[in-house]
Design a protein around this ligand. Structure first.
Ligand code: GMT
Length: 395
């Protein structure tokens, strides 16, 4: 085990020191998520940190240390699940290594429940772990995040196992109403799905009055985009919108993140003659330092179940120009905290961005609204309290 936190060391070896059965309050939580850059890992990590602060013992069980787990924190533990390699394998079976690690950690540290973030393949691993541990009880909570439902889970190769493992979870949550409804429609999920929105710490993601960071000369406006550069993020549209804005005013586009579409985007920026105006920063884990520098945040995705980075931008006082799809209308209020345009409506996106960039007082008002909404509707305390309610309902 790699320990990411100080906390009270759990006892080692053998069976659970204090098996909870289904009577006591759950106190020991196993969290599984993708560790690389991405919203589902951020939500799992921030949830784990908030639970640890509330006195829960939190065990991350994952392939790597989640990237937002950047400081040493009491009550947080990390267990690495790595498959053994063997010449016969085409690919090492990560799911099975993860299941085995879930079983070991649940036994040795007396976990009360496993909470997996992203159904594919974690809900299946958690289901198997629970079966292996029988008759000992272990709750399984699955949080649906996005493409686990809208894209990859729908692949014929994964559909049945995704459906089965969601349906077999003790509790299921989704990060937006849109995603809950999509899971019900597409997978015929009949067990209740509770909507628990993603959240943001508004003390961390806040407007910065004084900073030495400079991304652009003072007179230039800054448009920003951050994502994993996959096709659903519509990266060519981000560049297209910026190219139109740049024809009309002095501006820079700051692109944060990495993924399959990045090389093509760099090439496109060069073709458009914009290489000096588009900054590709790659993956950055201090988004709270970068987001407040933006004048406008762009998120023209073709599919987005929630858009956590849009919420983080809002919390930093930055209005968002996004597409009117998926869960984005549940986060962004059109005309108040940003603008929503129909997917693919480049002219509409350009008009929205230009409106904000040329009407400073409207932009500031919308930035303030955005921050207020982030604080009032998406607070850490409220959403973590909701997750705790889900855990407690397992008793
Ligand atoms: O589902 C994905 O594509 C990955 C996932 C991630 O790990 O970034 O993103 C999804 O979960 C985030 C956290 O709940 C949401 O904010 C994103 O909107 C969602 N992505 C999509 O729906 C494309």
């Amino acid at each position: 085990m790699k320990r990411a936190g100080r906390g009270r060391a759990p006892r080692r070896g053998g069976a659970s020191p204090k098996p909870r059965g289904r009577r006591g309050r759950p106190r020991r939580i196993g969290l599984t998520c993708y560790s690389h850059f991405g919203g589902s890992g951020v939500v799992a990590t921030e949830l784990g940190l908030a639970l640890a602060k509330r006195g829960y013992e939190v065990h991350f069980i994952a392939h790597r240390l989640p990237f937002r787990l950047r400081t040493f924190t009491s009550n947080i533990f990390f267990h690495e699940a790595t498959p053994a390699s063997y010449p016969v394998f085409d690919q090492a079976p990560y799911n099975l290594a993860l299941t085995t690690k879930m079983v070991e950690v649940a036994e040795h540290y007396g976990l009360d429940l496993l909470h997996v973030h992203y159904a594919m393949p974690f809900a299946a691993s958690a289901y198997l772990a629970r079966q292996l541990l029988r008759p000992r009880s272990l709750g399984v909570v699955t949080t649906l995040h996005g493409t686990d439902i809208t894209v990859v889970g729908m692949e014929p190769a994964f559909f049945r196992i995704t459906q089965f493992s969601i349906q077999s979870s003790d509790r299921v949550t989704a990060v937006s109403r849109f995603l809950k409804e999509r899971a019900e429609e597409s997978f015929g999920i009949t067990r209740p799905i509770e909507v628990i929105y993603n959240f943001v710490d508004s003390r961390v993601f806040a407007p910065r009055r004084r900073t030495t960071l400079r991304l652009a000369p003072p007179q230039a406006k800054i448009l920003m985009h951050a994502s994993n550069f996959r096709p659903v993020k519509n990266i060519p549209t981000v560049l297209h919108v910026f190219a139109e804005v740049r024809k009309r005013l002095d501006a820079k586009l700051v692109m944060i993140g990495d993924g399959p579409e990045k090389a093509g985007a760099e090439q496109r920026a060069r073709e458009l003659g914009l290489q000096r105006d588009v900054l590709f920063l790659g993956n950055q884990d201090c988004m709270e330092e970068l987001l407040p520098l933006a004048d406008v945040f762009l998120l023209p995705s073709s599919s987005e179940s929630f858009g956590l980075v849009a919420l983080e931008a809002m919390s930093a006082g930055v209005p968002v120009v996004a597409s009117n799809i998926g869960g984005l209308p549940e986060v962004i209020e059109h005309g108040s905290t940003g603008f929503l345009n129909e997917p693919g409506d480049v002219d509409g996106l350009v008009t929205s961005a230009l409106h904000l960039l040329t009407h400073e007082s409207a932009r500031r008002t919308m930035g303030r609204n955005a921050r207020r909404v982030a604080r009032e509707r998406f607070s850490v305390d409220e959403m973590v309290g909701r997750y705790v309610g889900v855990y407690e309902s397992l008793r």
